[in-house]
Design a protein around this ligand. Structure first.
Ligand code: ARG
Length: 464
């Protein structure tokens, strides 16, 4: 498949027949792995510098190769490089071009390395940058959410469990929950950097090499912390791909949960938020419609991201260690997930910027569904020295009574309350105020205004 100058394959001295047309069609990956060109060139530069330092190649050859590589990098950057399917992948495309530019001395570049170590060195560097870029986007969305939170500390809405009104919360408390989720995502991505920081270059095909190379030198030069320990494991290992795909899956799962929540809140039945025209779409038949398509897009894309994660897990399952062609798919899978996630974070960020809480509707809904019942039970425990279970039962009777009378808890008179629990005084009615209810949750991590304010400050400081 890979032909050298005189138009025979690189392995033509061994394999006498041309590959079948079918294999030629499926065997190449250049359209996917050309994304790795920068990393591939840096890797090659570091490699030949090391070969020279170790007196494996001469000063002249090293310089010639580096000159050729820089030229190739420029050509690619200027869209003047012709990627060829017949050269299979990015490594061979670059090597072939190097022959054209500098001649036979290009043949020294592949001393003491294999594409097996080359590809994962490139890939680890690429994933390291992608990880940092995703974390940057997560920082951006967190900043947006913090800005909205700051403006909505006192915006009261129902907190839901089972999608039924549970207890009143601040809208900002919901938003700050999203900040926690994205902060964990950032940490998850950052944790992957440790495994990514071990440099594969120099393990060659699977055994290491008989040349006196300096793997610590190339590792350092390329920004890794240290070389990997075992050459067979190194060419076989794709855990770092799984780590990335798992992290994208979890982050995307978070996005899908938030998207679903916003879709519900945006529905006509809830009507708790309004999305600006920038982030909705119309219907071809129903003129009144403003649909949250983008949120649905985010929810749906999570499926593709999970699929990619499972593809990779499945490729690796039962695969004997060292290199096999099966592994080549790792890049397509990871590139796809990376692209989807990056877009998804930016789209959700845009949606947050174009979202308005319907504060009156939120407050209105928070005053429904006997949402302050737990506050009354807590009040009874505190003021009438009763166990929580007893207070719970009294409150349940009060809720039943209100339901029968078709009244809200706040519409009950003290006389009505006293009929059920004579110890109750007028003071008790205060607990039915939803703002008081929200603000009373002062336990660490609770929804009180002060807690939220402090959390926002903390995140603002840490993120900058
Ligand atoms: N393009 C190949 C890949 O990504 C590079 C490694 C090829 N090695 C081999 N022994 N065929 O997997």
């Amino acid at each position: 498949m890979v032909k050298n100058k005189n138009n025979t394959t690189i392995w033509g001295s061994r394999i006498k027949k041309d590959s079948s047309a079918l294999f030629k069609k499926v065997g190449n990956s250049i359209n996917i792995d050309k994304k790795l060109f920068k990393e591939d060139i840096s890797g090659s530069v570091a490699h030949v510098e090391m070969l020279f330092k170790q007196k494996i190649i001469s000063f002249q050859i090293k310089n010639k190769i580096i000159y050729g590589l820089k030229k190739i990098e420029n050509e690619i950057l200027k869209n003047k490089f012709e990627f060829k399917n017949e050269y299979e992948d990015i490594h061979m495309n670059i090597e072939k071009r190097l022959f054209q530019i500098i001649g036979e001395e290009a043949g020294y570049i592949h001393t003491a390395r294999s594409r097996n170590d080359q590809v994962i060195t490139d890939f680890k560097m690429w994933i390291t940058s992608a990880t940092k870029e995703i974390n940057q986007r997560l920082d951006d969305i967190i900043k947006t959410i913090l800005r909205i939170s700051e403006k909505n500390i006192k915006t009261v809405m129902p907190g839901f469990t089972h999608l039924k009104n549970a207890q009143a919360v601040s809208f900002a408390h919901y938003l700050m929950a999203y900040v926690e989720m994205f902060t964990r995502d950032k940490k998850r991505f950052s944790n992957n950097l440790e495994n990514l920081s071990e440099c594969p270059l120099g393990v060659a095909a699977l055994t290491g090499t008989s040349f006196n190379i300096d793997r610590h030198f190339t590792s350092k030069k390329l920004g890794f912390k240290k070389p990997t320990n075992n050459s067979i494991d190194t060419v076989a290992d794709r855990d770092f791909v799984l780590d990335f795909l798992y992290s994208t899956s979890t982050c995307s799962m978070h996005i899908s949960r938030i998207a679903e929540e916003l879709i519900i809140w945006n529905s006509d039945s809830f009507n708790l938020i309004t999305l600006s025209d920038k982030v909705v779409t119309g219907s071809s038949i129903m003129p009144q419609k403003k649909n949250p398509d983008l949120l649905e897009y985010l929810r749906g894309k999570t499926g593709s991201i999970y699929g990619n994660f499972f593809s990779m897990l499945t490729i690796l399952k039962g695969l004997p260690i060292s290199y096999f062609k099966d592994l080549q798919d790792d890049k397509e899978i990871l590139f796809r997930s990376n692209e989807i996630l990056k877009n998804s974070i930016s789209i959700l960020n845009e949606i947050f910027k174009n979202l308005k809480p319907n504060k009156n509707k939120m407050l209105d809904l928070a005053n429904n569904g006997y949402i302050t019942a737990t506050d009354l039970a807590d009040y009874i425990v505190r003021n009438h020295s009763m166990s929580f279970r007893k207070a719970y039962n009294i409150t349940a009777s009060i809720v039943n009574f209100a339901e029968k009378k078709n009244k809200k808890l706040s519409e009950l008179s003290i006389e009505e309350l006293k009929k059920i629990e004579p110890k109750l005084t007028i003071e008790a009615l205060k607990v039915f105020d939803v703002k008081n209810s929200v603000n009373s949750k002062k336990s660490y991590g609770g929804t009180s205004f002060d807690n939220i304010k402090k959390m926002i400050m903390k995140y603002k400081k840490s993120i900058k």
